[in-house]
Design a protein around this ligand. Structure first.
Ligand SMILES: Nc1ncnc2c1ncn2[C@@H]1O[C@H](COP(=O)(O)OP(=O)(O)OP(=O)(O)O)[C@@H](O)[C@H]1O
Ligand SMILES: Nc1nc2c(ncn2[C@@H]2O[C@H](COP(=O)(O)O)[C@@H](O)[C@H]2O)c(=O)[nH]1
Length: 297
């Protein structure tokens, strides 16, 4: 008869304690999310040493992401600014880190309902990384995001709507847009058609306090940086080079000569990624979209 090992009482008790601690932390996060207890109150308790055990074992990242309106990308940015490591728990913060966290939360609380200034965010990246896919996802799932509509001299593809996906214009009309000073930037992309960002809708949206997202190529991103240095530049990366090649070939919209040419350009574009303020890896479209949307506020 096989011998059944007696249960290891200590291990069972430890596992039960771990489950209880996880539940208690989840309850703290839920309370912060539901505004029953503010993150500021937790940070104040940590400052005076009066925080509860679940609050002490909560990671600062979890504390901040529990706050309504703060997504993971924004939280990562704030933690970098506060010089708090990703893995840090509330109870393990040093005195300077506790002070910085407290000051940041107080400032955010005092900001009250005053909105953050509107941002101009530029999404660029190599061919076939998924810029169009991610921005389409944002257009479909985040109706509050103001997505800039570019003008282009190429013709519409099946399903593309004039004024929604692009303003499809002739070469003469494109020239007129430039001459009348209406373009924030223009570029000839992939050696073929001209593309450009109309400026008036962007100025209007920013003036109304609405953040704006541009999905444009690398040359365009550089031009926007020169014209509006306050713009936030985001570089979309593929998970691997092989995946980028797979996406380009899998899309099947270019012949093999054009694919080879674009991949050469992609190598040059990837080398420019450090010019950008943020990098987002497009492994999963919804996640990449969320990260980009987080950067808009
Ligand atoms: N996260 C993803 N996972 C798998 N496939 C993806 C992902 N994102 C995009 N794709 C696919 O990769 C291909 C290229 O995407 P897309 O056309 O959006 O790239 P792009 O960066 O806009 O390209 P270009 O600059 O050449 O216009 C498409 O077939 C798309 O469906
Ligand atoms: N510099 C700019 N680039 C733009 C703009 N709008 C789109 N683009 C880029 O063009 C290519 C091709 O797009 P497609 O829709 O024809 O496949 C892609 O890389 C876009 O990011 C723009 O206004 N300015």
């Amino acid at each position: 008869m096989p011998r059944v090992a007696p249960p290891d009482v200590d291990r069972v008790a430890a596992a039960q304690a771990a489950v209880a601690a996880r539940r208690a932390r989840a309850a703290v996060k839920q309370d912060i999310h539901d505004r029953k207890r503010s993150a500021l109150e937790v940070a104040e308790a940590a400052w005076t040493g009066e925080h509860t055990a679940p609050e002490a074992t909560l990671r600062v990242r979890e504390l901040l992401t529990s706050m309504p309106g703060l997504g993971p990308t924004r939280v990562a940015r704030v933690m970098e600014q506060l010089e708090i490591a990703e893995s840090k728990r509330v109870g393990g913060l040093g005195i300077r880190q506790r002070r910085r966290l407290l000051e940041w939360l107080v400032a955010r609380e005092h900001r009250g309902s005053t909105p953050e200034p509107a941002r101009l965010v530029v999404l660029a990246g190599p061919t076939a990384v998924g810029k169009g896919t991610v921005s389409t996802y944002i257009r479909d799932n985040y109706p509050d995001v103001h997505l800039s509509v570019s003008a282009t001299t190429r013709t519409a593809r099946p399903g593309e709507v004039d004024g929604v996906h692009y303003f499809f214009v002739s070469d003469d009309e494109f020239d007129q847009l430039i001459e009348s000073g209406q373009m924030l930037e223009t570029a000839t992309v992939h050696n073929s058609f001209r593309y450009g960002t109309p400026r008036p809708p962007i100025d209007a949206a920013l003036a109304e306090g609405k953040s704006v997202l541009l999905e444009i190529d690398l040359q365009g991103a550089r031009s926007v940086r020169r014209a509006m240095p306050e713009a936030v530049l985001v570089f979309l990366l593929p998970p691997t080079w092989e995946e980028l090649v797979r996406r380009l070939i899998g899309r099947g919209t270019e012949d093999s000569v054009e694919q080879a040419r674009r991949l050469e350009t992609a190598k040059i574009e990837l080398a420019a990624q450090d010019e950008f303020d943020y990098k987002v890896i497009n492994s999963e479209v919804s996640r990449a979209a969320q990260e980009v949307v987080d950067l808009l506020s």
